[in-house]
Ligand binder design. Structure first.
Ligand code: AMP
Ligand code: MG
Length: 412
């Protein structure tokens, strides 16, 4: 299919993700290095956390029945510091205990030191009436032995690394990183650094897509090969794309997928495999190309062509490429979560397409709109801290509740 067909975002996502095979060759890596990676196997706890009852406070550990029998006046006993071995409390004793230290056998409460008074070398007065079990962190209250701690397909966060470490895991099984080749198209593009801004010829622009696309790919755990700008010649375009297909899981381009454009990406991908050109019913971000290129192992490498307008490129990346890349790595958390928030502006230019408006949260809990919503104005997304997901034909009045998607959720 080479004809432009109109696609809803959900259709496009379905086409992209349905039947998508996850990457082969998972690996075991140091837990230290696993932030952002996707877990390849379920992780169970081989022990309880904490693995023993321990004190939540610096104070005294004793038995509540002893406290009642002795009106709170107990014999000063042993000193139990964090890292000590288990010990046994003698009848009538209060043991000096520190946070994290094991509760001695026989004790059933801890009172913090501020509520205790040392009378002499042999006696301590526990002034506060204790309740059974107080200030004791029970074995297994964080994690029960044999329980499922982290699920296959989870995207690991700094906190999940800490959790894995708490059950003693120095290594974690993860999907391998996707290898992505990144390319731009457009003879007007100049790389920053090649020409000083004051010398930029009229008609030229600096290549901005390459910078944010590369960074977004890196944040999603990809290994990125930046192949620069595609030359404006069919044979050379084919050579670059077919070489890239041999060593990458995905080739991502930006620009040159608009309707009727005289560019060489479409014919090149078609010649090397297949290309579907979708006209997405979203704004910004109408043209979007998806296909495969056959490599020299006779395997198919994914191809995605994003629109060139910077905001269209950004939005289609977040809506479609991000879930695609996470799914390649077996990640289950790909839904875009939106939050109901109050609009503090009116929007009366409702479009027949589902629209993603660049907005910013204000200090009163509402959303402000960036005045220029053109798909070429990257500043709208830099100023904004998220998007409103506005349904087709939907007008917005100030005070209306709208669906807000924070960039933070997406760009990490
Ligand atoms: P295209 O999709 O190639 O028709 O490009 C649409 C618009 O996006 C044109 O104004 C291009 O100059 C611009 N554009 C394309 N690629 C880039 C890029 N890498 N960085 C900044 N702007 C771009
Ligand atoms: Mg172009």
């Amino acid at each position: 299919m080479n004809k432009q067909s109109l696609f809803t975002l959900d259709d496009a996502l379905h086409q992209l993700l349905h039947g998508l095979k996850t990457l082969d060759q998972p690996e075991r890596i140091s837990t230290f290095d696993a932030d952002g990676r996707i877990l390849f196997e379920d992780v169970h706890a081989e022990l309880s956390v904490p693995s023993f009852d321990n004190s939540a406070m610096d104070g005294y550990a004793f038995n509540c029945a002893d406290w009642t029998a002795n009106n709170g006046k107990l014999k000063a006993g042993q000193r139990i510091t964090a890292g000590s071995q288990f010990s046994v409390l003698l009848p009538g004793q209060a043991a000096r205990i520190f946070t994290g230290a094991p509760i001695p056998k026989g004790a059933d409460a801890v009172v913090m030191q501020e509520d205790c008074e040392v009378i002499d070398d042999e006696t301590v007065l526990i002034k506060a009436k204790p309740t059974m079990g107080q200030c004791i962190r029970r074995q297994g209250e964080d994690i029960a032995r044999d329980s499922l701690v982290l699920t296959k397909g989870t995207r690991l966060t700094p906190v999940s690394l800490g959790l894995a470490a708490s059950i003693g895991l120095a290594q974690l099984p993860v999907y391998r990183r996707p290898n992505v080749a990144l390319l731009s198209t457009g003879d007007e593009l100049v790389m920053p650094g090649e020409i000083s801004p004051s010398d930029l010829p009229s008609g030229s622009i600096f290549n901005s897509n390459r910078y944010f696309l590369r960074s977004l790919l890196l944040r999603l755990g990809c290994t990125v090969t930046d192949l620069g700008n595609l030359p404006d010649k069919l044979e050379q375009t084919k050579l670059v794309l077919s070489a890239a297909a041999n060593s990458h899981d995905l080739i991502l381009t930006s620009g040159g997928v608009s309707v009727g454009e005289e560019d060489h990406v479409k014919p090149a991908v078609n010649a090397l495999g297949q290309l579907h050109l979708w006209s997405l019913a979203i704004k910004p971000g109408k043209p979007f190309a998806y296909g495969q290129i056959r490599n020299h192992h006779d395997l198919l490498t994914h191809f995605i062509g994003l629109p060139g307008n910077p905001v269209s490129s950004l939005v289609t990346f977040l809506l479609l490429v991000r879930p695609f890349i996470l799914s390649l790595q077996g990640c289950h958390q790909i839904d875009m979560k939106s939050y109901a928030m109050r609009s503090d502006f009116g929007w009366y230019k409702a479009d027949k397409r589902r629209e993603f408006l660049r907005v910013r949260r204000n200090s009163t809990g509402g959303l402000d709109l960036f005045p220029n919503q053109s798909s070429g104005v990257l500043n709208s997304a830099a100023w904004g801290d998220g998007l409103i997901d506005n349904p087709p034909y939907n007008l917005i009045n100030p005070g209306d509740m709208v669906e807000f998607i924070p960039f933070n959720d997406w760009m990490s």
